[in-house]
Design a protein around this ligand. Structure first.
Ligand SMILES: Cc1cc2nc3c(=O)[nH]c(=O)nc-3n(C[C@H](O)[C@H](O)[C@H](O)COP(=O)(O)O)c2cc1C
Length: 208
């Protein structure tokens, strides 16, 4: 313990770094974009089933500002149907290269139609056709059926823009809490949780 406290416990902790969780998130995301081999913006998204069972999958973060964290998906997918019943979610980023984790708790609301159109238009044509052809989360008897639906979409929109399907859009998670976690030797990690207080965010250190 002598070695540990001499060598590690004297270094800066999370609470010394930034007082604002959005700023700290931005710093960590920038570092992850450099060090993660792929998809630094991948985040686990937890929803709940109507009977309160957790339901988890990975989605990509496509935008973040002080209004929240944006991802895109099919509104009639399993997650979309669950969100329609219960807008409370958790997000989790885990960057193995940095030995860091961020937990976010919050509530989703739909992005505007205009925002969804803009993002959809930025995707590759094949990804847009895939969104048209995929009944996300519904049973698919075989891949041939999917291939045929993609071909049909290709023919239908030949020489035209692929319009955003009505069921394909985005959600914005407005955070109500953040927790940042930085690994430290001997599992004596550095953790802090931020919650809103008046017009700012207040931080609490947590035992690891
Ligand atoms: C790295 C990664 C990124 C993903 N990003 C998305 C995404 O942004 N949107 C999406 O709908 N599905 C994404 N998926 C697929 C989802 O994990 C999931 O399989 C799909 O959305 C269906 O989930 P659901 O049945 O719970 O609705 C991603 C999967 C991985 C592994």
């Amino acid at each position: 313990m002598g070695d540990y406290s001499q060598n590690t416990e004297n270094t800066q902790t999370l609470l010394d770094l930034k007082s604002d969780p959005f700023d700290l998130f931005t710093d960590w995301m920038e570092e992850a974009e450099v060090s993660e081999p792929s998809d630094a913006n991948a985040m686990a998204l937890a929803t709940s089933t109507p009977d309160g069972h957790p339901s988890l999958r990975v989605v990509l973060l496509k935008g973040v500002d002080r209004n929240g964290f944006v991802f895109y998906t099919n509104k009639e997918s399993r997650k979309g149907l669950e969100l329609a019943e219960n807008p409370f979610v958790s997000l989790l980023f885990h960057w193995k290269s940095l030995r860091r984790q961020i937990r976010i708790e919050g509530t989703v609301s739909p992005v505007s139609e205009q925002e969804a159109d803009l993002y959809f238009a930025s995707r590759s044509r094949m990804s847009r056709l895939g969104a048209v052809a995929s009944d996300q989360s519904r049973p698919l008897e075989n891949r041939e059926i999917f291939k045929k639906r993609i071909q049909e979409a290709e023919e239908r929109y030949e020489g035209q823009q692929v319009p955003r399907p009505a069921n394909w859009s985005g959600y914005r998670v407005k955070p109500s809490a953040f927790e940042f976690w930085q690994e430290r030797p001997y599992r004596l990690h550095d953790r802090a949780r931020w919650t809103p207080e008046a017009n700012t965010w207040s931080a609490t250190r947590l035992y690891p």
